[in-house]
Write a protein that binds this ligand. Structure first.
Ligand code: C2E
Ligand code: CA
Ligand code: CA
Ligand code: CA
Length: 277
């Protein structure tokens, strides 16, 4: 196991300039991790102006036996390249739905937002996977939100819209993640069947610095208002950022200021303390 850990460590070198062989090794490790049940979900609350949590974002981690908790940035790129992200993503969907259903039954109804990668979304059976995750868990579709990145959506807006429409017909909410970082054609945005815009963390981080960012975020919120979309700001770390976002009329906020992504048990405690709506 010691040698294994060393190999894996080399794979997770921060430079990520691994050789093809190392990349293959990492893929093998990820496949095994899935079989061994080493992935786990942490959840980060999204709260209203008054601090009430209404949703949690599910964020995957790899509980490696010797390396500890490995963050997604270290393995999602390899998972995407190898196609393993489809199987990992299926597990994430099922597990998130199962957990949301468990919270619901415990009297803590909370929506769960799940990140979906481009490869997963482009699969013809993606919609079925979502249906199966919901019915397998016995979760009301309105308690599930899928987060699709802006670049994923804009890659093929027509096809994305068709799939989003299917999800919404089922009652699932659709969020556009990392909004503002890609190049959305604004002419498409109003035709897309979406419920939520998530303002990227990079803009929130710059809110206190150059004036331009404030204007940009203000414009995004105004756009969301006009299109009747909900706005969520991620990466909120300071009171000053929160004050700006509240002033601009942002609906929900998510960030270390309120809570870090937490394991299930800590989320339950957070929900007990802060209530659910
Ligand atoms: P993302 O979807 O943009 O998720 C938000 C990231 O920001 C998370 O990092 C979260 O922990 C971090 N974050 C939240 N609040 C703050 C804050 O106040 N300050 C700072 N500095 N960071 C904050 P995490 O969990 O490491 O996830 C990174 C990325 O990995 C995610 O970015 C998402 O793109 C991807 N990811 C995570 N889970 C999944 C998954 O289940 N499936 C797929 N396809 N991708 C995932
Ligand atoms: Ca996300
Ligand atoms: Ca995001
Ligand atoms: Ca982001």
């Amino acid at each position: 196991a010691k040698a294994d850990g060393r190999n894996a460590l080399r794979c997770f070198a921060p430079e990520m300039n691994e050789t093809a062989r190392e990349r293959l090794e990492l893929e093998g490790w990820l496949r095994r991790a899935l079989e061994l049940g080493e992935f786990e979900l942490h959840y980060q609350p999204q709260v209203t102006r008054s601090g009430t949590p209404v949703a949690v974002e599910a964020l995957v981690r790899w509980r490696h036996p010797s390396l500890g908790l490995v963050p997604p940035a270290k393995f999602i790129p390899a998972a995407e390249e190898s196609g393993l992200i489809v199987a990992i993503g299926e597990w994430v969907l099922a597990e998130a739905c199962r957990q949301a259903a468990a919270w619901y039954r415990l009297g803590q109804p909370i929506r769960v937002a799940v990140n979906v990668s481009a490869l997963q979304f482009s699969r013809p059976d993606f919609f079925q996977t979502v249906e199966q995750a919901l019915s397998g868990a016995g979760l009301d579709p309105s308690l599930l939100e899928v987060e699709l990145t802006e670049s994923l959506v804009m890659h093929d807006p027509g096809e994305s819209a068709r799939q989003m429409e299917q999800l919404r017909a089922l009652g699932v909410r659709v969020a556009v993640d990392d909004f503002g970082t890609g190049y959305s054609s604004l002419s498409y945005l109003h035709r897309l069947p979406i419920d939520v815009l998530k303002i990227d963390r990079s803009f929130v981080a710059e809110l206190e610095a150059p004036r331009g960012t404030q204007a940009l975020v203000q414009a995004i919120v105004a756009l969301a208002r006009a299109l009747d979309l909900m706005v969520v700001a991620e990466g909120v770390e300071t009171d000053a950022q929160l004050a700006f976002l509240n002033e601009l009329g942002c609906d929900l906020v998510q960030g270390y200021l309120f809570a870090r992504p937490m394991p299930t048990r800590e989320v339950s405690a957070f929900l007990t303390m802060h209530g659910t709506s």
